[in-house]
Write a protein that binds this ligand. Structure first.
Ligand SMILES: Nc1nc2c(ncn2[C@@H]2O[C@H](COP(=O)(O)OP(=O)(O)O)[C@@H](O)[C@H]2O)c(=O)[nH]1
Ligand SMILES: [Mg+2]
Length: 240
């Protein structure tokens, strides 16, 4: 069943030139009526922005590239990308990673679930959700421990509190005050989930299997994780 309505997919990129062609081809093959892709690139040295611009020509201008001057972080990339995407008045907005860890094929089902909720989170930690079968026990433990710690400090009810794969009704996304977001890096994923919960929106989860990237490198670092936990703890105290 075709998903009708205008869908904006926002994807931040830093050195994802090798992943963008497959991402675009899988997204534009979906049974979604009107889909546009917004690539927010931070002057990637590997020329991701130029690759995105070439792909836009190939896909009839359905890709918009937002180029920033330097590596300013995933959180601020999303704030800029959402603002640009909302200018065109879409019905729905999707956020996902560029590295194909989030399967584009899950998007239509997540959009359909927006019939019954304001926000749908692609979740590893709900029934039938999973992580890459190649993950070691140690990595699984660290990921689920990190997730539980963040849920504990923030009071987030969503089981996958750090997921970067989400679909929003555009009106709900537009109403969030993202200027209040403190995390420049990946803590933004939890911070925006927190804004949705605090705003009283219905947030439901859709099971996904998170697959490791096969091209390029992760930008995750201890510094980024530490920033997330520290700032999310402050956020929790501010809200009292
Ligand atoms: N524009 C921008 N994108 C970023 C930045 N850091 C990470 N990304 C992108 O955010 C997504 C998730 O990052 P990734 O390194 O795969 O994180 P991981 O999956 O947690 O290891 C990918 O599409 C990255 O290219 C950044 O500073 N700026
Ligand atoms: Mg990744």
């Amino acid at each position: 069943m075709t998903v009708s309505g205008r869908v904006a997919v926002v994807v931040p990129t830093y050195n994802e030139a090798g992943n963008l062609p497959e991402l675009a081809s899988r997204l534009f093959a979906l049974d979604v009526g009107d889909l546009r892709l917004y690539v927010v690139d931070d002057s990637s040295p590997d020329g991701s922005a130029q690759v995105a611009a070439r792909l836009s020509e190939q896909y009839g201008g359905r890709i918009e590239v937002i180029s920033r001057d330097g590596k300013l972080g995933l959180g601020t990339a999303y704030v800029a990308g959402f603002a640009r995407a909302l200018e065109r008045r879409p019905d729905f907005v999707v956020q996902m990673d560029a590295d194909l860890s989030h399967a584009p094929e899950q998007t239509p089902e997540m959009l359909r679930k927006l019939d019954a909720a304001h926000v749908v989170v692609g979740s590893r930690y709900t029934a039938k959700g999973d992580v890459d079968p190649g993950w070691s026990l140690k990595r699984k433990f660290l990921s689920s421990f990190g997730n539980s710690s963040i849920r504990f400090v923030t009071g987030l009810r969503v089981r996958d509190a750090t997921s970067g794969f989400k679909a929003y009704r555009a009106d709900a996304l537009r109403s969030l005050d993202m200027s209040a977001c403190r995390c420049k890096g990946f803590g933004f994923q939890s911070e925006i989930a927190y804004l949705c919960q605090a705003g009283g929106y219905d947030v439901i989860e859709h099971p996904i299997t998170f697959m490791d990237r096969t091209r390029g490198e992760s930008k995750m670092s201890i510094r980024i994780v530490a920033e997330a936990i520290w700032k999310l703890t402050l956020l929790r105290f501010r809200s009292f």
